[in-house]
Ligand binder design. Structure first.
Ligand code: CA
Ligand code: CA
Length: 208
């Protein structure tokens, strides 16, 4: 979704002109990360799954501005942004400013993007990290399975969950009944036929 938003931001740059890329390809094999400014104090660094707010701009390597400075929120390391951002903005402090010289292989590859970004474009981003929010909380699987909300997961509720998740009800080891039995053998520690919240381990079964 954020990727689309980002593309959208670039698409709005109708006035930008396309420029033929004549750079020496040798120069642009790898992502180059330059630290322009780094604060002295850095209590927290970015890691995969963090939700970041950044201020950035984007240009072609010849200096043509594609996106003037603007703020953007995204989750890093989940492929929602170009690879150059997912890799180039890790271990970053709040207040840090980086220059990412991003070969096309780490950006939009062979294809043009709108009128602004020509095919095989190498891009330069200046990205300042404004805020880090820890990764999104894991989905509440227990709550999703415990549909009647009594704080216990029953056999029937697991069966409903398997159907809802479109897990195939196969033969033998793959049948829903076998999967349910294995889950309860593993997780229903006191053998009362229900999985309580404290017993719940998150369905580590290979089918799920
Ligand atoms: Ca229940
Ligand atoms: Ca139990």
């Amino acid at each position: 979704m954020k990727f689309i938003v980002f593309l959208g931001l670039l698409f709005v740059c109708f006035t930008c002109q396309s420029f033929a890329q004549e750079e020496d390809e040798e120069e642009f094999r790898g992502l180059r990360i330059g630290i322009v400014k780094k604060p002295k104090r850095c209590p927290q660094e970015t890691k995969h799954g963090d939700h970041l707010t950044v201020k950035y701009n984007a240009s072609l390597v010849d200096g043509t501005l594609l996106v003037p400075p603007r703020n953007l929120e995204f989750t890093i390391g989940e492929g929602s942004m170009i690879q150059g951002w997912d890799q180039g903005l890790l271990d970053m402090c709040i207040g840090e400013l980086r220059e990412l010289i991003t070969p096309s292989g780490y950006a939009y590859g062979e294809l043009p993007v709108g009128d602004a970004i020509p095919p095989k474009a190498h891009l330069v981003f200046y990205v300042e990290l404004l805020e880090i929010k820890d990764g999104q909380p894991k989905p509440d699987i227990f709550g999703q399975v415990d549909v009647n909300g009594d704080g216990l997961i029953s056999h029937d509720e697991v069966a409903q969950y398997l159907r809802k998740e479109s897990i195939p009800d196969g033969d033998g080891d793959k049948s829903h009944q076998t999967v349910i039995n294995e889950i309860f053998n593993e997780e229903d520690k006191d053998n009362d036929g229900y999985i309580s919240l404290s017993e719940f381990q998150g369905f580590k079964h290979e089918e799920l």
